[in-house]
Design a protein around this ligand. Structure first.
Ligand code: CDP
Ligand code: CDP
Length: 221
């Protein structure tokens, strides 16, 4: 599968990775991997199973038993559509707790590689360019200021009818970023060969155009 092209988009929470990955995927006709959803569903299932989220071995052992499926951009756990629940900020915190354990990351590794199918893949997360797809043809590290990210997440939640407060959101996302950056297992850090993109002052359209421009310029296929 080394000849199947991959574009990776890594970065901190609410920097716009998912939106950018979806738009670039649409523009190129590539599939999209939202790797965060895998950590979110693992965190949710571990909590429901009453596991100690600090017990990496126990959470990792749960992963192969999960009846996960992905249909039309929705995530199912057995017959239950858990998509809305996965997006909750509380689930993001559970995700970052279980994601800190190397055995949990191991347990989810192959599942992510399986998304690499023709004609290509856009993968977003924290370690797509560093650990999962180190041979990706284009790696983007997407950032935005914490204030911008908190405001974006706030608007996103309010537009879905979910109540939120900006100060609490900013505290939560900064706590999550700290944990993601400082863990020893695949910490959040740009790949050496990543293109850095700060989109604090960019529209979604401008960010998409930048990535497509990089893609055209380095596309060796
Ligand atoms: O996937 P990630 O958590 O990095 O972020 P996202 O869910 O794609 O984006 C968070 C919110 O920021 C969404 O509502 C996007 O529409 C918005 N956004 C924006 O307003 N301007 C950008 N340049 C990028 C994203
Ligand atoms: O959308 P947002 O950026 O807030 O979160 P996400 O991408 O859904 O990821 C949720 C949590 O899962 C992150 O805070 C990370 O701790 C973890 N994660 C990870 O460790 N590695 C990935 N490739 C993706 C997510």
């Amino acid at each position: 599968s080394a000849d199947i092209p991959v574009i990776t988009i890594d970065g901190p929470t609410a920097s716009g990775k998912g939106t950018l990955a979806d738009e670039v995927g649409k523009a190129l006709g590539f599939g999209v991997l939202d790797s965060g959803a895998l950590y979110r569903v693992t965190g949710l299932a571990a909590r429901r199973a009453g596991l100690d989220l600090d017990d990496g071995a126990a959470v990792a052992a749960l992963v192969p038993t999960l009846q996960l499926s992905f249909r039309d951009g929705h995530v199912f756990l057995g017959d239950e559509d858990v998509s809305a629940r996965l997006r909750a900020e509380a689930t993001g915190l559970l995700a970052s707790q279980v994601a800190a354990h190397a055995p949990v990351r191991e347990a989810l590794h192959q599942l992510q590689l399986d998304f690499r199918r023709l004609p290509g893949l856009v993968a977003d997360g924290r370690d797509m360019g560093t650990a999962i797809f180190p041979d990706a043809a284009l790696k983007v590290f997407l950032t935005a200021s914490a204030a911008t990210r908190a405001e974006r997440r706030y608007k996103q939640l309010i537009s879905k009818g979910i109540s939120a407060n900006i100060k609490g959101l900013r505290e939560d996302l900064e706590a999550r970023d700290e944990r993601d950056k400082n863990r020893s297992a695949s910490p959040l850090t740009p790949a050496q060969d990543a293109q850095l993109l700060d989109n604090s002052a960019l529209t979604i359209e401008a960010s998409v155009a930048q990535v497509l421009d990089w893609w055209q310029k380095r596309r060796p296929f």
